[in-house]
Design a protein around this ligand. Sequence first.
Ligand SMILES: Nc1nc2c(ncn2[C@@H]2O[C@H](COP(=O)(O)OP(=O)(O)OP(=O)(O)O)[C@@H](O)[C@H]2O)c(=O)[nH]1
Length: 291
Amino acid sequence: MTIQWFPGHMAKARREVTEKLKLVDVIFELVDARIPYSSRNPMIEEIIQHKPRIVLLNKADMADKAVTEEWLRYYRQKGVTALAINSQAGTGLKQIVQESKVLLKDKLDRLKSRGIKPRAIRAMIIGIPNAGKSTLINRLAGKNIAQTGNKPGVTKAQQWIKVGKELELLDTPGILWPKFEDQEVGTKLAITGAIKDTILNLQDLAVYALRFLEKHYPDRLQERYKLSAFPEDIVELFDEIGDLRGCRMPGGFVDYDKVAELVIREIRTEKLGPLSFERPRDLLRDEATDK
Ligand SMILES: Nc1nc2c(ncn2[C@@H]2O[C@H](COP(=O)(O)OP(=O)(O)OP(=O)(O)O)[C@@H](O)[C@H]2O)c(=O)[nH]1
């Protein structure tokens, strides 16, 4: 979905989420497991206040397993419940209900002690565009309710979706904006396909991605593009990939736009395997330098 996040739109999105907050016991904050930091709303804590929250690292099938484990540990250390899930295949979803019960145990016990009949836990999903909110809603509902893909959701009366006996989910998710004013965040969102009609230059994206792969996944890069060694100069790397894949302009020169497009497409379609573009240790380093 392409949303123009003007201040007015942000205020409206925030208002909508705040309104719905009153209806639920717990928030499911959906992020992209490949970029858990960049795919978050920068104001999420401020917006949801003290509402219990579970962070769902979605698209875990596309992320580096070992790095996802690091993220889970990172959240655990912060006292935040986090789960790795794949909404498309439906893996990890049972745990969402279990963890919600754990998180809300005190509240439910309190209600019970006051003689209030136990009721289902009420939840809503919040996330930035393309995080997989509709896919998750449909999976949890067990049928096609929310519209998936990259189109704006259809506005309709709010409904509760029953997820077994113990959970009720708002059928419309809360959509919030990412921290796109940060250039690196924008780049990662574009590489992972969260920003579709990118205003960022494709060659810039590919340069960033190739440098990142060189550093963190050198073997996969080498294998995919049959590189004998890593050239010092990024232009040479573009040349090698272009030569190998026949990305040429009419005169026979390497077409760098074509190389960039190819590299980004192959990353998005997992031709280089599952990749994670940020690690908690980068974040911890940033937090340390901020102080
Ligand atoms: N591989 C993989 N793809 C997923 C997963 N979850 C969602 N997707 C894909 O990600 C894309 C976006 O999913 P949506 O459910 O439309 O995302 P959304 O958050 O509702 O998006 P908006 O409507 O733009 O707010 C779709 O192409 C989904 O098929 C997942 O766990 N794994």
